[in-house]
Design a binder for this molecule. Structure first.
Ligand SMILES: Cc1ncc(COP(=O)(O)O)c(C=O)c1O
Length: 443
């Protein structure tokens, strides 16, 4: 069979139903990646593509990293799989301990999943079961936030707040409500770093407490920084205020750190950055540098302890996945943590963030740019939508950037950038110069 690189026929692309992709557009003009190394992808037509989004916010150490590759190769020969239930293998315990050591305070217990979506489902189930175990089974309501993204399974979709991800899928979970979102460019336009206005939006939780009665609410889940809805930053003091209200009413706070985890903001987690300790934290993606699917949920000791009751031979939590703590995934994660540690990557974004911020805001004043947002090594570049055709303008930038050797991501009319944390200054320059040239020529 002819290889894709040599020009496969369009028909050969038909079987695969691609996720979150314009399938017909893609299959007309395929964009194939056939290799990756360091900061670059290699395309099937032989071009280098600067990875401006760490794969999908997951390859924080860049690509083709020797520590990770060696760890996987060794593991495949030594132990390919071990049953996840009623059996263990040493790397699960080693990994959980190393992860817990990255977290502050009481976030010392780690449950393994295979993705961000599964981490979210797991955290929501833990929250509801925790209250029941404490004799507060009436607390089953879940609160998410408008514009939130918590993956694509039913729990995450229900607490999520992106209309396109919800509208096709029926009535979703019952007993869910949403806080107002914090996207306020009227007051915060062109903020550098954390925006100063809007922490009072946390008080929206008081409105929901009044409406539903706090005794019915199990947990609130938010992304400390919302990525998928277009890089929406928490206003100064917002997360702290949310924590206080949760405490006042006995509500658990869950941070969804699937994209903010593992150095993206210049600290190991957003928890460290904002100095707010939630009860549960979800993670995935950069946990294994994206190399093997894996997620992890961090729980405070008090939560784990609440489950550890009843006869000791009984299963305490009726939940888990065939691949929870899979040996290959654990090996990849340990190799990833070694790489992060050796290269100081969990704090490198802090060293680069001033340079990055300057580069992001160099786009101010270009046609159609209506806001610029940044934190750590994340940027959101919001464009004015093409009249009558939302998303068209940003998608055009995506296609032109691809042609020019830069991979970006778009959501709505916002361009999101989140490069591997190994990026060099000259590559930052290339990314923003490329974008400026494209945006300047937009219709
Ligand atoms: C905050 C957040 N939660 C959950 C998810 C879902 O993760 P996954 O695609 O691994 O299921 C994502 C994915 O982008 C995310 O950004």
């Amino acid at each position: 069979m002819e290889s894709i690189a040599a020009g496969q026929k369009a028909n050969d692309l038909e079987a695969y139903w691609m996720p979150f992709t314009a399938n017909r557009q893609f299959k007309e003009n395929p964009r194939m990646i056939v290799g990756a190394d360091g900061m670059y992808f290699k395309t099937s037509d032989g071009r280098d593509l600067l990875d401006g989004i760490a794969g999908l916010w997951c390859c924080n150490a860049g690509h083709n990293r020797p520590r990770i590759i060696k760890a996987i190769q060794k593991q495949a020969v030594e132990l390919d799989y071990a049953p996840a239930f009623q059996m263990g293998h040493p790397k699960q315990f080693e990994l959980a301990s190393r992860l817990a050591a990255l977290m502050p305070g009481d976030l010392n217990r780690v449950f393994f999943t295979n993705s961000g979506s599964e981490s979210v489902e797991t955290a929501l189930k833990i929250a509801i079961a925790y209250h029941r175990l404490r004799g507060e089974g009436h607390r089953s309501r879940l609160i998410g936030r408008e514009k939130g993204y918590h993956g694509v399974n039913f729990g995450g979709m229900s607490v999520g707040g992106m209309p396109a991800n919800r509208k096709m899928f029926g009535s979703l979970l019952t007993g869910v409500d949403h806080l107002r979102h914090t996207h306020g460019i009227a007051k915060n336009r062109y903020s550098k770093g954390i925006p100063s206005h809007g922490n009072e939006l946390a008080d929206d939780l008081e409105r929901l407490c009044e409406l539903h009665d706090p005794s019915t609410i199990a947990a609130v889940i938010v992304e400390p920084l919302a990525g998928s809805a277009g890089v929406i930053l928490p206003p100064e003091g917002y997360l702290q205020r949310l924590r206080k209200i949760c405490d006042r009413h006995g509500i658990l706070l869950i941070f969804d750190e699937v994209i903010t985890g593992f150095g993206r903001l210049g600290t190991p987690f957003a928890v460290n950055k904002f100095g707010v300790e939630p009860d549960l934290v979800t993670s995935a993606k950069a946990l294994t540098n994206g190399v093997i699917p894996m997620g992890a949920v961090f729980a405070q000791d008090k939560i784990y302890d609440a489950f550890m009751q009843g006869p000791p031979n009984m299963i305490e939590f009726f939940h888990g996945y065939t691949y929870s703590g899979n040996p290959m995934a654990c090996a990849a994660a340990l190799g990833t943590l070694d790489t992060y540690e050796e290269e100081g990557l969990l704090t490198r974004a802090a060293e680069l963030s001033d340079y990055w911020q300057q580069a992001v805001h160099s786009l101010k004043g270009l046609p159609h740019v209506i806001d610029l947002r940044n934190l750590g090594l994340i940027a959101g570049i919001e464009l004015e939508a093409f009249p009558g055709a939302p998303t068209k303008r940003a998608f055009e930038v995506f296609l032109k950037a691809y042609e020019a050797g830069l991979l970006i991501r778009t959501t709505g009319d916002t361009i999101a950038l989140s490069p591997p944390l190994i990026i060099e200054k000259k590559q930052i320059d290339f990314a923003f110069e490329t974008l400026a040239n494209i945006i300047r020529k937009l219709e």
